[in-house]
Design a protein around this ligand. Structure first.
Ligand code: FAD
Length: 492
C-alpha cells in the first residue's frame, strides 16, 4: 500500500507520461503479459487511439481490410485474452480522461483506458476535499495499473466483505461494436450486451467509456489478528456483523509447518469518524520491503510468513482512506532479481489462480489443498481468502453464489516440466472446486479441460455462440478466444 503523499506525487508523473499519438505500426511486434510473462505474442502492430472517433475509424478500416483486432488494457490477464497472434492490437490506455463527475449522485464518467491511480488522483483533485467526497468502492488487490475496461472484461473484484463483482458498480458503458457503431449499454439499453461484456474478455467490441458508481469516501481502521482457517467464515461473519467493510485472510505458505494454509493474517477494515487523523508517519511497506518478502517466499517460507505477520500486526489500528487502502505495490519484473539471486537455471514467474468455493465448503477445501500441495510439492508463493456476493447480472458469472475466494500464486519455472507442474496443480484445484459447486476465475490461465469449463461455466458454448451472433466476422479475437473456439468447435 502506498501513502497518499507518494500516491499524489507518482500520479502527476503518470498523467504526464500518458499521452501519445495514434501510432499504427507495420512491423510485427512482440507483446507479453505483466505478471506471468508467459503470453509472448506477435501482433501486426499496435494502435493507440485517443478518442471514440479514432476507435471507430480503426474498427471500420479493419473491417474494410479484413483485419482482426485484439484489445489490451494494462496487460494483467494471463490466459492470452488481451493478445491475438497476428492481430492488430488496440492499446486503450490513451483513452484516459475523466468526462464528468456527478457530485450529487456519486457517478463518474471516464474513458475506459484510465487506470486506478489516475482515476483516484483525478477525482480527488476534482473534489478538492470539500464536503462529502466520493471514492471507488472496490478495485483489484495486488496490482494497480489495471484499466477500467480490463476490469469490466474480467468482471473483477476487490476485498469488499459484502460486495458483488465489478458489474454491480457500473451504470453504463459505450461499446464500439464490430461495425464501428458506438452503442450505449446499460441495464435498460442494449442490456444483453451489458451482461455479455462484463466478464466477456473483449470479444464483443471495444469499451471506450463508462459511468462508474462511486461510494461515499470514508476513513477506515485496520484491525489485524492472527487466526486459524478452521472457523474463518465465523470470523468473517463476526466482522461483517460489527460493521467492517473490507478484509482478507493471508495464509501461511510454510509447507513443513502445522500452520500451512491454516494459520493466517486476518486484516479487516471498519469505518471510523471522518475527522479521525491519519498520522503522516504511519507504517507502510516500501517497494524494497515487498521485494524482500517475495524473495523470502521463494527461499525461506517460515520467515516469509512470520515477517509478513509481524509487519501486519504492527499496523493494527492504523487509519486509511477507504479508496487509498486498496492500492498496492507491485514491483515490476521482481522475479528477474530473484532468479539471479538464487542462480535459477531457468527463468520463472508466478501464475495466479483463483478458486471460488461455497463458504461452508471452505475448510474442507483448504484441507484438501493442503494435502495436495504437500504431496505434490506445489510451490505456493502467497495465498489469500476473500469474500464475494453472488453476481446475478453478467452472462458468464464466476460468482454463481456467495463464495469464499481463494487465491494461489504459484511459482512457475519456464521449462516444459515447470509448465506441466503448474498446469496439473491448477487442474487439480479446479476439480476440487467443481466437486463442491465452486468455480475458477477465467482471467488467470487457460489450462482448464473442456469438462472443467463446462462444469464451472455451463453456458460457455452459448457464450461463444453469442460472440458469433454479435461479431459474425470475428473482428475481435484473442488467443484465449481461439483456444476456446477450437475446444468447443462441435457446439458452434
Ligand atoms: C498481480 C495481479 C493481481 C490481480 N488482482 C486481482 C484481484 O484482486 N481481483 C480480480 O478480480 N482480478 C485481479 N487480477 C486480474 C485482473 O483484474 C484482470 O486480469 C483484468 O482483466 C486486467 O485488466 P487490464 O487492464 O490489465 O487488462 P488486460 O489484461 O490488458 O486485458 C484483459 C481483458 O480486457 C479486455 N479489454 C481491455 N481493454 C478493453 C476494452 N477497451 N474493451 C473491451 N475489452 C477490453 C482484453 O481484451 C482482455 O480480454 C489481478 C491480476 C494480476 C496480474
Amino acid at each position: 500500500m502506498i501513502s497518499r503523499r507518494e500516491f499524489m506525487a507518482g500520479s502527476v508523473a503518470l498523467v504526464a507520461a500518458a499521452s501519445s499519438r495514434l501510432v499504427p505500426k507495420s512491423e510485427s511486434i512482440l507483446v507479453n503479459d505483466i505478471h506471468s510473462q508467459l503470453n509472448s505474442t506477435h501482433v501486426q502492430g499496435i494502435s493507440q487511439p485517443q478518442s471514440l472517433e479514432d476507435v471507430q475509424s480503426i474498427v471500420r478500416t479493419a473491417r474494410k481490410d479484413r483485419n482482426v483486432i485484439s484489445i489490451a488494457g494494462g496487460r494483467h490477464a494471463m490466459g492470452g485474452q488481451q493478445f491475438g497472434t497476428d492481430t492488430l492490437l488496440i492499446d486503450i490506455r490513451n483513452l484516459n480522461r475523466v468526462i464528468n463527475l456527478d457530485r450529487e449522485h456519486g457517478i463518474i464518467e471516464v474513458e475506459a483506458g484510465i487506470e486506478w491511480p489516475e482515476l483516484i488522483a483525478r477525482y480527488l483533485t476534482l473534489q478538492n476535499a470539500d464536503g462529502q467526497a466520493w471514492g471507488i468502492a472496490q478495485k483489484q488487490t495486488g496490482a494497480d495499473r489495471l484499466t477500467m475496461a480490463g476490469t469490466i472484461a474480467a468482471n473483477a473484484h476487490g476485498r469488499g466483505l459484502k460486495m458483488k463483482p465489478f458489474v454491480s458498480d457500473v451504470e453504463s458503458f459505450v461499446l464500439v461494436d464490430a461495425t464501428g457503431t458506438a452503442r450505449t449499454c446499460s441495464r435498460t439499453e442494449n442490456s444483453d450486451l451489458f451482461r455479455l461484456v462484463h466478464g466477456g474478455y473483449g470479444l464483443f467490441g471495444i469499451v471506450t467509456s463508462l459511468q462508474l458508481r462511486l461510494a461515499p469516501r470514508k476513513k477506515v481502521e485496520r484491525i489485524v489478528e492472527i487466526r486459524l482457517a478452521d472457523d474463518l467464515m465465523g470470523g468473517f461473519e463476526k466482522r461483517i456483523a460489527d460493521g467492517f467493510q473490507y478484509g482478507d485472510f493471508q495464509f501461511s505458505i510454510d509447507h513443513a509447518s502445522e500452520d500451512f494454509l491454516h494459520k493466517g493474517v486476518f486484516s479487516c477494515y471498519r469505518p471510523v469518524p471522518i475527522d479521525t487523523p491519519i498520522p503522516p508517519a504511519e507504517k507502510e511497506l516500501s517497494n524494497d520491503n515487498w521485494k524482500q518478502l517475495l524473495y523470502l517466499a521463494h527461499t525461506d517460507e517460515k520467515q516469509a510468513f512470520s515477517k509478513y505477520a509481524e509487519y501486519y500486526l504492527s499496523t493494527n489500528g492504523q487509519v486509511y482512506w477507504s479508496d487509498l487502502h486498496q492500492l498496492s505495490i507491485y514491483p515490476d519484473n521482481y522475479h528477474r532479481e530473484i532468479d539471479k539471486k538464487i542462480h535459477a537455471p531457468y527463468p520463472a514467474t508466478e501464475m495466479i489462480t483463483e478458486i471460488n468455493v461455497p463458504r461452508l465448503a471452505l475448510k474442507g477445501f483448504l484441507d484438501e489443498v493442503r494435502e495436495d500441495f504437500r504431496k505434490n510439492s506445489v510451490a505456493l508463493i502467497y495465498g489469500t481468502v476473500r469474500l464475494i456476493e453472488r453476481d446475478d447480472e453478467s452472462f458468464l458469472p464466476w460468482a454463481k453464489q456467495p463464495y469464499a475466494c481463494t487465491i494461489f500464486n504459484l511459482h512457475t519455472v519456464h521449462s516444459p516440466e515447470g509448465f506441466q507442474r503448474s498446469e496439473r496443480a491448477f487442474r487439480r484445484l479446479i476439480d476440487m472446486a467443481a466437486r463442491c459447486e465452486g468455480t475458477y476465475y477465467l482471467t488467470y490461465h487457460r489450462y482448464a479441460t473442456r469438462n472443467q469449463v463446462e462444469s464451472c461455466y455451463p453456458q460457455f458454448a452459448e457464450f461463444l455462440r453469442l460472440k458469433k451472433k454479435y461479431d459474425p466476422e470475428e473482428r475481435f479475437q484473442s488467443d484465449w478466444y481461439r483456444h476456446y473456439r477450437a475446444m468447443f468447435t462441435d457446439s458452434l
